[in-house]
Unconditional design. Sequence first.
Length: 304
Amino acid sequence: MKVNWQGVYPAVTTQFNSDDSINFETTAAMIDTLIKEGVHGIIVLGTVGENCSLRSDEKRQVLAMAKEVVAGRVPLLSGVAETTTQFAIEFAQDAEKLGIDGLMVLPGMVYRSSEREAIDHYQKIARATALPIMIYNNPVTYGVDVSIEGMRVLAAEANIVSVKEATEDTRRITELFSAFGDRYVVFGGVDDIALESMMLGATGWISGLTNVFPRESVAIYKLAQQGRYEEARELWRWFLPLLRLDTIPTLVQCIKYAEQLAGRGSERTRAPRLSLTADEKAYVERLYNEALENRIDLSKYNLD
């Protein structure tokens, strides 16, 4: 199965009203704006989308809304983060019925899986749907690393086509290409090493802070693809302080608060996630304001 997934894919937030219900209107407007600003794909219901904080029916409603808003302009992927393999299979099948373009599959959320259990989880989901699948390999957060040997087992599943590599070890990207050539589409999955990942051959970047600065994110990707690394580094060094927010336990709150500062959404999250403390907000606001003060004029790169 050939999938032309490449570029910058924001993992979009799910916006909430003051009563904690989903604000579908704001979420839809945010997705539409990101597409108009040049992102290459959309991922809903990832970690940043607070997948595990939504009820089953709400997840399906988000998918239906996103499908309507995206309207085929870019690929639309959904996170699959369920407590059991059977629930994940049911979600994947519902996503397929709704016309979602692909799945970003996480390990079972009920507890920390062993690698053997994670591989079985991915295999069973892949065999239950025709949708193309991206493996989300994030051992730092989810406690299980699908190794090169594990990816070799999964290569037998034709519709497992991609990996979001979030080990924080950039050597893994080279190891994937050395072991499998172009068998997998490789996405960088950690914001603060995304440029390094693309320099090593990753053809995509799944990002949280792209929700706040999409045009800059796309510019970094384009410069890297064109081999214009000196220019990419200039923009990267400007962006890096904010990108580091994607690597801490409160990443969802930090990204949503930065969105609020940018007038792009609300900081509201569902419990057990709580709003940032005053000191934490001050830190995010300082980084955001410094980014605005030192923002680079993208027209100098002649990327259009």
